[in-house]
Design a protein around this ligand. Structure first.
Ligand code: FDA
Length: 320
């Protein structure tokens, strides 16, 4: 089943996620909104702040993402920056902390203008710089998300530039990409904060491992490099095979529980998040919010048969 899902169903869902007609249809269905709520707590800054408060009170760290990607209008990129500045302003009401900052924002450079033609990279760099400046003043971390492989060089170049001013800036690396082991070696040697995830896009075999077992093995190889390096690894996975491998890898490289963190997405394995936090680990929850939830939601459906089944069951029961 896992093989069929990865080879056939996943690419079909990812293709559907690029069709604007389907997007409009899905967004219009009340049932979609109800299911989306499981993964996206709300559309407003206030709803994100409510989730932050609840997660903080259960001892978890948070990273908040304002949903949006592939922005082509500079006004939309400016609007995204304003939302991040507003959000960071509100974070002052929560407790700060050093050296691990309990509050973080995650951002996609394509939401800040990266995909806007010739000047896109420059615009995204400047927008991300403004957000990092505000975050630095507020004692908040920033981590840059990883998007499809055609953006990786540009994203890592922008992050490299920004790290000169903000050495605490983190970036997500996708273990399914064949290049990522080398990227991990470079960033681990530079002492960077790296969020290691498997990768959520439908990438060609020329650039990415596509078989689930191969992706998990690649993830563990990358994680060993990050743990052995001088940076701060962020283990972004819900996979028990990965979560269970972490204590031994940390021990091997002399790291205590304060020297790395687990990360999971809002609404996924909540009990496991609580269990890890209660056992004394640092656990950060990625909380997406906003109206542009379609792409994020489709990637969650494409990730796991059970998520898709949950959605299809809700669709079948609508009207009951
Ligand atoms: P995967 O989905 O492969 O699941 C493996 C196993 O985990 C399952 O077989 C099951 O046993 C268990 N499991 C998973 N979900 C479960 C559930 N709900 N209940 C019980 N068991 C469950 N991607 C990207 O391309 N760019 C990015 O920037 C990011 N950012 C990011 C941040 C954070 C904090 C996280 C956690 C993830 C991302 N991702 C991402 C997404 C990531 O690339 C990946 O698609 C998902 O995390 C799914 O991969 P997993 O490693 O979680 O395991």
């Amino acid at each position: 089943m896992a093989g069929v899902f990865a080879s056939t169903i996943r690419p079909a869902i990812m293709a559907a996620s690029r069709r604007p007609g389907l997007r409009r249809a899905a967004e219009g269905l009340p049932v979609t909104r109800r299911v989306v709520h499981r993964f996206v707590p709300g559309e407003t800054v206030d709803s994100a702040l409510d989730s932050v408060a609840a997660l903080r009170s259960s001892g978890r760290l948070v990273s908040v993402d304002y949903l949006g990607e592939d922005v082509t209008d500079p006004a939309d990129a400016d609007a995204a920056v304003r939302v991040y500045l507003d959000l960071i302003g509100h974070f002052a009401r929560f407790d700060g902390g050093t050296p691990v900052r309990p509050l973080e924002v995650s951002l996609k450079l394509s939401a800040l203008g990266q995909s806007m033609g010739r000047d896109g990279e420059k615009v995204a760099r400047e927008n991300a710089h403004a957000i990092c400046e505000a975050a630095q003043r507020a004692g908040v971390w920033v981590t840059v998300d990883a998007e499809d492989h055609t953006t990786t060089d540009s994203t890592l170049a922008i992050v490299g530039d920004l790290r000169a001013d903000f050495p605490w800036l983190g970036v997500a690396l996708q273990a399914y990409l064949r290049r990522t082991l080398a990227d991990c070696e470079e960033f681990a040697a530079a002492g960077a904060r790296i969020r290691l995830c498997k990768g959520a896009y439908d990438e060609p075999a020329a650039v990415a491992h596509r078989e689930p077992g191969a992706v998990t093995q690649a993830y563990l190889r990358c994680l060993r490099v990050l743990m052995a390096g001088s940076g701060y690894p962020m283990v972004a996975s819900h996979d028990p095979a990965i979560v269970e491998a972490v204590p031994a890898l940390a021990r091997e490289s002399g790291r205590s529980v304060a020297d790395f963190e687990y990360q999971m997405l809002y609404g996924i394995r909540d009990l496991e998040q609580r269990r890890l936090a209660e056992a004394g680990n640092q656990v950060r929850v990625y909380v997406p919010f906003g109206t542009q939830w379609y792409g994020y939601f489709m990637r969650r459906l494409a990730e796991r048969p059970a998520n898709l089944t949950f959605f299809l069951r809700a669709l079948a029961q609508r009207g009951h």
